[in-house]
Structure formats: structure tokens, C-alpha cells
Ligand binder design. Sequence first.
Ligand code: FAD
Length: 292
Amino acid sequence: MRISEIDMVSPKTLDDCLTVLSDSTQDVRLLAGGTDAVVRLKEGHWRPALWVNIKGVKELRYIREEEDGIHIGPLTTHTDIVHSSLLQEKADVLVHAASEVGATHIRNMGTIGGNLGTASPAGDTIPPLYVLDAVIELSSVNGKRKVAIEDFFNGPGKTVQQKTELISNIIIRPQSANEIGIFEKLGPRKAQAISIVDVAISLKMSTNERECLGGKIAFGSVAPTIIRAHKCESILKLQALDDEAIENLATIAWKEVAPISDLRATAGYRRDMASSLLARGLHRLMMRWDNR
Ligand SMILES: Cc1cc2nc3c(=O)[nH]c(=O)nc-3n(C[C@H](O)[C@H](O)[C@H](O)COP(=O)(O)OP(=O)(O)OC[C@H]3O[C@@H](n4cnc5c(N)ncnc54)[C@H](O)[C@@H]3O)c2cc1C
């Protein structure tokens, strides 16, 4: 199949887009920035009868704070996220992750909705969405429904989204003033690389030196979907994050993750790196907290 033979429609409004999705009896797939889609198409995967190009649906590109949290439109690019002063202030962990996606042109084209839609366990924006308690809003002609991020993925490349639905909004919890976050990633090279392992950390700190009131930790690329490190999280509470505590947390993380071996890394290497990335992230966070 030549690229010129592809059937595509390009609705300009969300309503038109939902109508196309609901009317279509064919196998359809949405196209946002196309950075994953074009690669999959060229590889011979993702050959739907119809592509629904949503790039021109301007109403799906925004970042704004509302009463129930920060709303991010699915067509928001990684570059939009990196440059958002609202997210820099209230979702630093997501900003760090977006800045790690591919290289500049991928961040300019690729969207947060597309990162979720691909549903890779290596999707960089997904672990931050776990620690920010994200809610994914799905829309169809029949209305909207909200799904907690932890219930959104069924496995690699699989989500609970129905064929007639699209991701229309992503709602995250704004970080509080005493909350700091970081995203650490290990890729095969500095840029353009999918994660071998990554971790998102968000900590609430007390006014006491380095005392942690609690926090959330999510690992990517160590299981079929992103996982929360609940055992690590349970011992974060009410302890000073000194070198010994961080070492202990890293050891617990080593046991808690359950990676597989694949072309990019062995399970053992991933386990070691998950533990090291957590320690590195916590050390960096504490240095930032000391210098605030
Ligand atoms: C060279 C290169 C480097 C890369 N590096 C990274 C990296 O470091 N980290 C990383 O995480 N990713 C990386 N990627 C993958 C890709 O750039 C990201 O996943 C990006 O966020 C995808 O967004 P997109 O808008 O281009 O998605 P598209 O390719 O347009 O779509 C991807 C999938 O999402 C679905 N989709 C799109 N929008 C919606 C929506 N609103 N609702 C429901 N489903 C939707 C599509 O139907 C499709 O299945 C890289 C890709 C390339 C080519």
C-alpha cells in the first residue's frame, strides 16, 4: 500500500469527529501528531480502512486550571507541556517527562493524547499521570465518561477506549506548594529513544528538613503497564530522606518491580536500573528541596 492510497477524513470540530467515529462501520484509527502512527504504518501495522485525522480539531488543544484540577487537551503537544508556566508550577513531574520525549521535532508533533493512545508501557508522559492521579475523559456521540488512569490500560497497546470514543480531556491533580516531582529515564541513548526503564516521583515535604509526608512513585517499562510502587510509597511517610533511607527505598524498589527481558534490555538490568533511577531521583529531589 502506498501512503497516497490511504483513506483519511479530517474533521474540524469534536462533534464532527465523534459523528465520524460513531457512523463508521469500517476499521478506523485516530491520527493526532502521527509520530507513532506513521512508524507503525510503515512497519505494516496499523492499517485501518480509514484514518480520522484530528490534528485540526483546535478545541482539543489547551492547558487550563479549573475547579476539579488542571485540564489538558489530548492534542496538547509535548512542547506545549514543557513551555506551560501553569504545569511548571503545579505539575513539574509531567513537564520533566515531556522534555524527555524524543527530540525537538517529535516533541513539537507528538501529543499527550497520542502517547496515551499508543498505550506503550514505555510512554514517557504516563508515569507522571499516575502520580498526578490523572482522570481520562472519553467522549462519544452518547456523552462523556471518566476513567481513572490506573483503570485505563489493559496491557501493552490496549486500553478501555471503545471504537466510537476518543480521549477528549485529561484531568490532573495540581501539586501543592510543598510537593515536588521528578521524572528519571534510562534510554539507549540521549535523544530520540524510548525508555528502557523510567520512574516518576512526587513527594509531599514537611517544613522540617528533608522530612517526607508521603508521596507517589510510578515505574514505566517494568511491567505490561505502568505500575505504582506501593511498598516504596508506604515507607516514604514521615521519614527523613537521608542517604540511608534512600538506599533502603532503592532496595525495596528492586524487589517490587517485575520487568521482562526484551530486545532493549534484560529483566535483571531493568531491575537494577529501576532501583538506581529511584535512588538518583530521590537524591536530586532532596538537593532541590535543600536549595529551595
Ligand atoms: C523517533 C521517535 C522517538 C520517540 N521518542 C519517544 C520518547 O522518547 N518517549 C515517548 O514516550 N514516546 C516517544 N515516541 C513515540 C511518540 O512520539 C509519542 O508516543 C507521541 O506522544 C505520540 O503522539 P502522536 O500525537 O504523534 O500520536 P499518533 O501517532 O497520532 O497516534 C498514536 C496513537 O494514539 C491514538 N490517539 C491519538 N490521539 C488520540 C485521542 N485523542 N484519543 C484516543 N486515541 C488517540 C491514535 O489513534 C494512535 O493509535 C517517539 C517516536 C518517534 C518516531
